[in-house]
Design a protein. Structure first.
Length: 232
């Protein structure tokens, strides 16, 4: 009959460091349970092997119990390894699914943002074109208003010239009116002078005729006086 494996050999088996598997990357409750079971088994083996009173019969009688415990430990270790491998696979699958979902979401977000940026760019272009047309219309209106203002300024500049011309015309008219009045006065005076002259001439004529008549009367009177003495 082969002796049972020593606790040191069972604890120093390959892949086991400090009661836990070195190959296991994750720490979970199952591994902690396996480690505690291993600690209990190692304690029982040490008590059974290191007994002072008749050690050889104790090892023979309890060999079946120790082998049962070792078998249970190995089955638990194997089940824990399979569980860890399945957990690794499930975690890897979840991680890959999460990465794929994030990739699809990011691609959708990029597509949506690209479309939004394109719409914003097109709307900005149309708005810019509208603003350009409005600016051109405003510039045309401004040029029209400037031309109208220039025309009004020229008219206002011409108005003083016209007012000065009107004032000169008024002055000339007034001077002409004064001259006309003076000429009329002169004409009136000339007419009066002519009348006076004609009256003077007529008076002179009447005076001459009166003198002639007086001479005639004097001669007639002298003739009458000369004839009267002879008739007597």
């Amino acid at each position: 009959m082969h002796p049972p494996p020593s606790p040191a050999a069972s604890l120093e088996s390959p892949g086991h460091v400090g009661g836990c598997f070195a190959e296991q990357p994750f720490f979970n409750l199952r591994s902690c349970t396996v480690c505690s079971c291993e600690a209990e088994v190692s304690g029982l083996e040490s008590t059974l092997v290191s007994g002072d009173d008749n050690p050889q019969p104790a090892a023979n009688t309890d060999f079946s119990f120790v082998s049962f415990l070792q078998h249970e430990r190995l089955s638990r270790l194997e089940s824990g390894g399979s569980d860890t491998s399945t957990e690794r696979a499930s975690a890897r699958a979840r991680r890959e699914a999460r990465e794929a979902r994030l990739a699809t979401l990011s691609s959708r977000a990029e597509d949506g943002s690209g479309r939004d940026y394109r719409k914003l760019y097109e709307s900005a272009l149309t708005e810019n074109q509208k603003l350009k047309t409005k600016l051109q219309e405003a510039q045309l209106e401004l040029a029209d208003v400037k031309s109208k203002l220039e025309k009004m300024a020229q008219k206002q500049d011409k108005i003083p010239d016209r007012s000065s011309a009107l004032e000169t015309e008024k002055r000339e008219r007034r001077a002409l009116e004064r001259k006309m009045s003076e000429m009329e006065e002169e004409m009136k005076n000339l007419h009066q002078l002519k009348q006076i002259q004609t009256l003077k001439h007529m008076n002179e004529q009447l005076q001459a005729e009166n003198r002639a008549l007086t001479r005639v009367v004097a001669r007639l009177s002298e003739a009458v006086e000369g004839s009267d003495p002879q008739g007597l």
